[in-house]
Design a protein around this ligand. Structure first.
Ligand code: NI
Length: 226
């Protein structure tokens, strides 16, 4: 799988020839000013929850690419209200098979009201599994013990975990999460974008290293092959 980072919690993952964009928040992110969203045309968009820093560019990218937008039911209703018709609603615990493999929507402990006050449904994470890759995208979440259920059915190649604290897990909780998940490679997200999310990169790398887990803190625009 190839992973490209667009800042905050936004990644484009290409696996088995299909591209999946997660949680687009690019144009309002001053750290991601080098990214031109008109070039982003994924096959699928997966949205974890309705907070602005996860959906800001969802409607414009959905319209320019006509990608299939996968999210919890209430969030797909919000997308439809914005004129995005190519949506696929799910709910927590459900799986669906698509041409990139199987997507399973899993629990996240967070909140999810849209900026305009519309309900965003429950916050969620995703497990993607196909013949080549298997990964977990946690969305925004606290550390929670449901994570230990995931490796019972999925052998993860990597986990995308929030590490910036304040609104989500911090570095130490993300290490606990990786242990529960059986994940030896973690891609950090939801850090540095705002002042309250600033982390010490060197310390984060050192802490993960001493726990025996690889941590990737990707540069914006960087592509990683796993
Ligand atoms: Ni959030």
């Amino acid at each position: 799988m190839k992973v490209t980072y667009y800042g905050h919690s936004c990644f484009e993952v290409v696996s088995v020839g299909k591209s999946m964009l997660f949680d687009p928040f690019i144009t309002p992110n001053s750290l991601a000013s080098s990214v031109n969203i008109s070039n982003i045309k994924p096959d699928y968009m997966l949205i974890s929850h309705g907070h602005e820093n996860h959906v800001a560019d969802a409607v414009s990218i959905a319209k320019q690419s006509n990608c299939t937008c996968i999210a919890i039911l209430e969030l797909t209703a919000w997308l439809k209200s914005k004129g995005v018709d190519n949506v696929y609603p799910m709910n927590i615990g459900g799986s669906h098979k698509l041409d990139f493999g199987t997507v399973k929507m899993v629990n996240a402990v967070h909140s999810s009201t849209m900026l305009e006050g519309m309900p965003g449904g429950n916050p969620a994470g995703f497990v993607i599994q196909n013949m080549e890759d298997c990964f977990y995208y946690a969305g925004d979440t606290a550390l929670h013990s449901d994570m230990q259920l995931i490796p019972r059915r999925h052998k993860l190649k990597c986990a995308f975990l929030p590490i910036g604290s304040n609104f989500t897990m911090d570095v130490l909780d993300a290490i606990e999460a990786a242990r529960m998940l059986g994940a030896h490679t973690v891609i950090g997200m939801h850090y540095d974008t705002f002042g309250c999310l600033t982390i010490n990169h060197e310390e984060a790398h050192r802490t993960f290293q001493s726990a025996g887990i690889n941590l990737h803190l990707m540069k914006i625009g960087e592509t990683l092959t796993l």
